[in-house]
Write a protein that binds this ligand. Structure first.
Ligand code: ATP
Ligand code: MG
Length: 725
């Protein structure tokens, strides 16, 4: 859950109260030293139970705080665990419990033990694996094009996480019937080549997986290291244990040695990282490995209303396979709340607008923005929500990834588009209108915009961002048929500028993967169309199921999403991608049987009142037509409408901004963006009201800088020879 304490009924203990635990939770907390396994569904208090168990063990004197090592999979989850320990009244001791990710823990240990095991051979963490894999690919006679290298890289990562050495790779993929980007022998050759390239004359380069491998090996092969380590750490705790990889398990085993003071908690039905090599097998086999383990099952759901819990049970109730067989029916413990809502929209932009508007209403009615989340399947879906929230002045933060325009691939794409715009050999007619889309595609091709969706999770993410840029271009062209490349670049820059700087108090935008373990009062699950969730590549070309196991993992993603909501939950999808485009999409197959009125004729569309009254769009101050796009809205005029820009005033404003930024120690755009300053220098506002009417200037900025800006304008106007207004 988020750091902030929810104002609703969520119980947050401030001291170690065993009576705030239910009997099963208390059993896990009080279990004697030794193996403990909590197998339970979402929201049943697993994370809460392990933090209480740590606090209990420490305060009862079973173990010292600094002898506990608690591991999770993301830095955020580790931070959350530290927060919860602090909230339990462990005080200063809480900070001595090591709550880390596997990688962070291994990095620390390796730094410490390296001199003992390797002596003075220097090593450092690799900055980017990409160039090395590219080199290895080239040597093996394979393409070193971006997509090819990404695929190879994903394979290498999977193999290392699965503890498969290069020479065993071909045999293992054959055994597991794994699809490989190239012939398995060639992939193995690249993998071996990559491993060799990391041993450079100046020392060893280690990737993240090497950190884990070397840590395990140090403990396995050097008894002195193992003795020292095991004397130091006595008790181990793992959250989200269903997502452990064989490599991480090997590190855990090396930590333990022949001891068994291990507490694990997890939910096999929330396994969502299989593609990285993670497996719920260790969780499900725990009591076979440790026959005297205390095994606890939790069924009471303390997070969500019975309405949300019922939907969650129905989502996972139809899952198939071994994992599904371990599910438990959740029983909601909270008071009733609203029924989850389902909403269908004509197109993606309409969906984003409506969701932003619902969020605004929730905030106006008192739900803190930090208690609201928009969750999607792939990060490229964030752009339209970032835009819709920005347009309504709602602060947000993008989690588990960066904001759309900060992503490396988007920055690279914008930069190659800029280069293209400055090229003189491009014929003018290829730069605007419908030819613009073709041009954008062509320019983005070398950056990774292939015709076919690539394989590999990372490659797909990047590819999807590029596709989102093409879509955005199409959308803008729909509104402005003769948009040109320069205009497109201006719009992209304005959008990037207008986005709020990251804030911790904002609405969370996150992928379903990044939302694991977290909770919010209100959750919007968006873009639930077939081909997005489940994602297209688990389906065969005709839409039938291609990969049964992968389809089940997609279903678990929906389960994870639904179970993030405490109270308000909305599930939505759009029938067309772009505005006015053909309705080629259908809602997710996972929603069949869940949507209340399931007759095809019924539109579960948002109420009509939810579509924007036409007059609300700001209009151009020159031609009075409605304004489309961020750039135009900020300037208050159509891109092509004439404007008189007072260049000297703009320069004066820029100088003022740079002094101010220096004085306040902030970046310039935090004060005003370039577009806002341009708008001021064009519109020459004479008072607070006129200044506030400019997009990008809210009450706070008016308060902080309004007087300064108005004074600069006034003095410039007095100095003007013709003194015009
Ligand atoms: P997930 O599977 O999503 O990681 P989880 O099982 O780890 O969920 P927690 O995050 O620990 O669940 O708990 C869910 C919510 O329920 C939290 O807000 C927690 O404080 C609350 N909670 C857990 N147990 C109790 C309890 N016994 N009484 C009151 N509230 C509880
Ligand atoms: Mg949890």
């Amino acid at each position: 859950m988020m750091g902030a304490v929810a104002p609703t009924s969520t119980h947050q203990p401030t001291s170690l109260e065993l009576d705030s635990l239910d009997p099963e939770q208390a059993a896990a907390v009080r279990a004697p030293r030794g193996p403990v396994c909590v197998l339970a569904g979402a929201g049943t208090g697993k994370t809460r139970t392990i933090t209480h168990r740590i606090a209990h063990m420490v305060s009862a004197g079973h173990v010292k705080a600094d002898q506990v090592l608690a591991v999770t999979f993301t830095a955020r989850a580790a931070g959350e665990m530290r927060n919860r320990l602090r909230a339990l009244g462990l005080g200063g001791e809480a900070s001595q419990v090591q709550a880390r990710t596997f990688h962070a823990a291994a990095l620390r240990q390796l730094k410490y033990f390296w001199p003992q095991i390797v002596g003075d051979v220097p090593w450092r963490l690799i900055d980017g694996k990409f160039p090395l894999v590219a080199q290895a690919a080239q040597r093996a006679g394979l393409s070193s094009a971006t997509d090819s290298v990404r695929d190879l890289l994903s394979e290498i990562e999977w193999a290392k996480a699965s503890l498969i050495a290069p020479e065993d790779y071909p045999g293992q993929v054959a055994k597991q019937r794994r699809e490989t980007p190239y012939d398995a022998l060639r992939v193995a050759e690249v993998y071996a080549g990559y491993e060799k390239l990391k041993a450079t004359p100046d020392g060893l380069l280690l990737d993240f997986d090497d950190l884990l491998l070397h840590t395990a090996a140090a403990l396995e092969d050097y008894p002195a290291v193992a003795d020292e380590f095991r004397g130091r750490y006595r008790s181990f705790v793992v959250d989200e244990y269903q997502d452990v990889t064989p490599l991480q398990q090997r590190v855990l085993d090396a930590w333990l040695g022949d001891r068994d003071d291990l507490t694990v908690v997890g939910d096999a039905n929330q396994t969502i990282y299989s593609f990285t090599g993670a497996t719920p097998g260790y969780l499900l086999d725990f009591s076979r490995r440790f026959p005297d383990a205390t095994v606890v099952r939790l069924e009471r759901d303390y997070r969500s209303t019975p309405q949300v819990v019922s939907l969650a049970n129905r989502v996972i109730g139809v899952a198939r396979g071994r994992i599904a067989g371990t599910r438990l029916q959740l029983v909601g413990q909270r008071p009733d709340g609203p029924e989850p809502a389902f909403a269908e929209y004509d197109d993606g932009p309409a969906e984003a607008t409506a969701v932003a508007r619902s969020i605004k209403r929730l905030i106006d009615a008192g739900t803190p923005a930090a208690e609201i989340a928009v969750l999607y399947r792939i990060n490229a879906q964030s752009e339209s929500y970032e835009q819709a929230l920005t347009e309504r002045g709602i602060p947000y933060q993008v989690r588990g990834g960066e904001g759309f325009f900060s992503r490396p691939e988007v920055r690279q794409a914008v930069s190659v588009l800029r280069q293209a715009a400055s090229r003189e050999d491009l014929p003018v007619e290829s730069r605007s209108g419908t030819a613009l889309v073709t041009l954008v595609r062509a320019v983005l091709a070398p950056v990774g915009l292939t015709a076919q969706e690539p394989a590999g999770a990372q490659a797909r993410e990047k590819w999807s961002s590029l596709v989102a840029l093409v879509r955005l271009t199409e959308e803008l062209l729909d509104h402005d048929a003769d948009l040109d490349l320069a205009g497109l670049l201006r719009e992209l820059a304005a959008r990037a500028e207008a986005r709020h700087p990251p804030t911790v108090q904002g609405v969370t935008l996150a992928s379903l993967h990044a939302a694991k373990g977290l909770e919010w009062d209100a959750v919007f699950l968006v873009g639930l169309a077939d081909g997005t969730l489940p994602i297209a590549h688990v389906l065969a070309d005709d839409g039938s199921v291609g990969d049964e196991a992968a389809l089940e993992e997609e279903r678990r993603l929906l389960y994870v999403g639904v179970t993030r909501a405490r109270e308000h939950l909305q599930l939505s999808w759009a029938l067309a991608r772009g505005e006015g485009k053909r309705r080629t999409r259908r809602r997710s197959r996972f929603l069949n049987g869940l949507v209340p009125d399931d007759s095809p004729a019924s539109r579960i569309a948002a109420p009509l009142a939810d579509t924007a009254p036409k007059g609300i769009r700001p209009s151009c101050r020159v031609c009075a037509k409605p304004l489309i796009g961020t750039y135009a809205t900020m300037l208050g005029r159509c891109r092509r409408c004439p404007a008189e820009l007072d260049v000297e005033l703009l320069t004066a404003l820029q100088e003022w901004r740079s002094e101010k930024a220096q004085a306040l120690q902030v970046r310039e755009f935090v004060i005003f963006t370039d577009t806002t300053l341009t708008a001021i220098a064009e519109q020459l506002p004479g008072d607070d009201a006129a200044l506030a009417a400019i997009a990008g200037i809210g009450a706070k900025k008016l308060d902080q800088y309004g007087a300064d800006v108005l004074a600069i304008i006034a003095s410039r106007l007095r100095a003007r020879p013709q003194n015009r207004r």
